[in-house]
Design a protein around this ligand. Structure first.
Ligand SMILES: [Zn+2]
Length: 397
């Protein structure tokens, strides 16, 4: 294609982002399930873009880094696990610099919900296109690969453009890459983009990993585009691939535009993407990365685990399917499973859960925190909003 010559290196092309997302999130790729034919097609598309840019492979002879893992399809039954043969796609831009920066995003998604990671009940067989999760992040990495490889000025860092598979099954691809860096390779910084396609009207962008280097807070504010509001999370541990690098003592940054009602559902489609938002975020990372590449060093700091939004451990469940809508007025319930504490107490799809006992629920994270305080056998009043009215139900956990 002629876009390689048509655009300049300094500016993000919104058209390129749109083309990448539209293709990766099309029904042709069947939801890009790790190990599937759709995943392979997506990997081939990414590799073709890298070839156009004349990038080198990072490991081995081509861009593909194969790896395998197994998935338990029925977590409640014993045995039955399937082996998944998946592939990362990794390219290297060698600028003969002393620093190396990995810019990554996962390109796999849920396929037809074969691995049961969907948040929509009974969605087996429906294509989960994953336009936001995470064709959006992949489009940004491909565009940054174009910009950095066509930049006339010699960059102050080498770049690895890393598109991971197996993320949806538990950060499998990024773990594999971080565990199998080529001999002598040292990574100074990893930037992860996972779900950057839904920048809202207020332009709220969440940036994770800010506590993993003392120089990050200054940089991320200085290079922030006008109009964007940053929500800062200092933890290096989070629900995406940067975690795999943080755990190797590498400073990380994580860009994320937030959860929404289409999260992990077949309705996460291209028509809901805010392309101008993806452009702004890509442009932000381009400037930020350029600046960070020029800093003397990027020191690493360990962050407190407690600051992360990792899942608290709980002993009981309500048997409800939460919506991941980030509305902050409570936990919206998409579905209720029969014969479980929730349905037994009369909870219904459409209810908004606001309290378990005295513990207040604003979204899915506080829901998990409240649930972690309950013991099996406890009987507690549970408050829901139903048609705008407060209803208190007695739940036996
Ligand atoms: Zn996901």
């Amino acid at each position: 294609a002629d876009w390689v010559d048509a655009d300049d290196a300094e500016n993000v092309s919104e058209q390129n982002l749109k083309n990448h997302i539209t293709y990766l999130a099309s029904d042709d790729l069947q939801g890009r399930l790790a190990g599937s034919l759709g995943e392979k097609k997506a990997a081939e598309y990414i590799a073709k873009e890298f070839t156009k840019l004349k990038l080198k492979p990072f490991v081995g002879k081509d861009y593909i880094q194969p790896f395998e893992y197994s998935v338990k399809l029925n977590p409640h039954e014993d045995g039955s696990s399937v082996k998944i043969n998946a592939r990362n796609v990794l390219a290297y831009l060698d600028n003969k610099a002393s620093k190396t920066i990995v810019i990554g995003a996962h390109y796999d998604h849920l396929g037809l919900n074969e691995h049961h990671n969907s948040t929509l009940m009974n969605s087996e067989g429906q294509i989960h296109n994953g336009a936001d999760d995470n064709a959006s992040g992949v489009s940004a990495v491909l565009e940054l690969a174009r910009q950095f490889s066509q930049n006339k000025t010699q960059e102050k860092a080498n770049y690895v453009f890393a598109l991971f598979s197996g993320e949806e099954d538990g950060l499998m691809g990024s773990k594999y890459m971080a565990d199998h860096l080529p001999n002598g390779a040292k990574v100074d910084l990893m930037i992860n983009l996972d779900m950057v396609g839904r920048l809202n009207k207020d332009k709220d962008l969440s940036v994770g990993g800010v506590g993993t280097s003392p120089i990050f807070p200054g940089y991320i504010h200085q290079y922030k585009p006008a109009g964007i509001n940053l929500a800062i999370d200092s933890s290096g541990v989070g629900p995406s691939d940067h975690t795999s690098f943080y755990l190797k003592d590498i400073p990380v940054l994580f860009m994320f535009t937030g959860t929404h009602s289409d999260y992990h559902k077949p309705t996460d489609d291209t028509d809901k993407i805010n392309f101008d938002g993806v452009r702004m975020i890509t442009n932000y990372i381009f400037g930020l990365t350029n600046a960070l590449s020029e800093s003397e060093e990027i020191p690493f700091t360990k962050t407190k685990m407690s600051e992360s939004k990792s899942v608290p451990k709980y002993k009981v469940t309500l048997g409800i399917m939460p919506s991941y809508a980030d509305t902050k007025d409570g936990l919206h319930i998409d579905g209720v499973t029969d014969n479980r504490p929730g349905s037994n107490a009369g909870m219904m799809a459409g209810d908004v859960l606001t309290k378990i006992g005295k513990c207040e629920i604003k979204e899915v994270y506080s829901y998990m925190e409240c649930l972690a305080k309950v013991n099996s056998g406890d009987e507690l009043p549970v408050t829901v909003l139903r048609d705008g009215k407060e209803v208190i139900l007695k739940v036996k956990f």
